[in-house]
Design a binder for this molecule. Sequence first.
Ligand SMILES: [Zn+2]
Length: 261
Amino acid sequence: MNAVNPRATLTPAEAAALRARIIAHVARDRFAPPATITALHFIASHLDRAAEAFERYTPGITTNACFTDAAEALSDAREIARLHPDTRFPANFTDYIDAPLTCVALPMLAPLNPVSPALAQQEADLRHRLTHVHEQLSQATSEPATDAWLPSALTFQRDLMRLAAEVRVDNARPCNRPATPTVVEIPTPATPIALRRAHDEHGPTLAYGLSTRRLPCHVSDRGVTHPADRMVSHLGATIATCADHQDAAATAARELIDSLG
Ligand SMILES: [Zn+2]
């Protein structure tokens, strides 16, 4: 960020360095409680370290070792953001920094699916504005354009993450819950931890295929069973079911979790 003489064109490594510097500045500027401020400052110092590594790169002279150093610093920054969600940096926010080098897609939060129309409108507005900023940012090859658009992208990301927290609380109100939970189909998770991660990513009610047909469906007709071909999980409470009885399984699994308080 050279205010006196902004650069009209940037090499990919220069653009990555500039973006790391800008996001470090955003992190240091963010208003938050003291514990979060500390995390934000750690994120900023890792981003500075990444910027320094990118700045060391001279094509044809230096090796690519600086990119390894930068990747390590960015990974450290992401890890702190993950441990401190109140910093309101999305999980893959360092993609903004890598994008000039790798053309990776810019981060976009998964749909929040709010029940409340007012929150749905807020989400639509924020996504629309963020998409516009991403379009501008993808074409931004100069220092002034990057300076202009990147902080806005992080502001909208922060607002979306705040909204996501609000939606989680609002959607959980019994009056806002649909009679039948919305079931998201996922690939069969290999471990309980994988299932938990899938819930974090895809929502409270999931379905995945069973590799064998040894389990009966949870619904039987006067004691006569038929095979289940899938498992429904509501926040880890699982019920074996067939396709026809999937909605009933989802509702039963949710009731099971509700009964546990
Ligand atoms: Zn069935």
